[in-house]
Design a protein around this ligand. Sequence first.
Ligand code: IMP
Ligand code: MG
Length: 183
Amino acid sequence: MRITTKENDIESILYSEKQIAAMVETLGEKLTEDYAGKRPVMVCVLKGASVFFTDLCREIDLNLDMDFISVSSYGLSSKSSGVVKLNKDVDIDITGRDVILVDDIIDSGLTLQHLKQLFSTRGPSSVKTIALLDKKVRHDPALTPDYIGFQCPDHFVVGYGLDYANNYRNLPYIGILKQEVYK
Ligand code: IMP
Ligand code: MG
């Protein structure tokens, strides 16, 4: 089935379903190699990473745990402050575990940095980060995740889990949202 109802709102497709699947497979293979002999705890940052997360986990040929967190940014601005409130925490005890935090996209990079610091205080064996998309020009290179899929141009993008006002998450591709939709 193809999702066509929202196509009028999309300026152009950045990454097709096929391109995304190939990238997720590559990332899965890399994690399979890097975590060989281990049982990582995969942590999904809800809700945006949900689609990427479930696909990624199925490309990792290891025993693993799946858990979920939900965060929201403090403050009134739509821009990330980096101070995040944990609305839902993991259920699994991560002491001594290898944790992989999975997010959809890095913009300022502050959310994932904050989460990495938070999880590091809980006595894990390691904490690494992965994001499917990286808006490189928007943040300090030091905040680049340990693993990334695509370098994303500085546009507002939706689909494959990414939303605008909670919509468009179910698009099978990632596209640039027309400015008229949100301006
Ligand atoms: P930051 O890296 O802390 O600035 O925030 C990253 C979060 O902002 C992501 O997890 C997304 O939820 C959201 N975000 C940033 N850019 C976009 C975009 O282009 N489309 C949809 N969500 C975005
Ligand atoms: Mg997010």
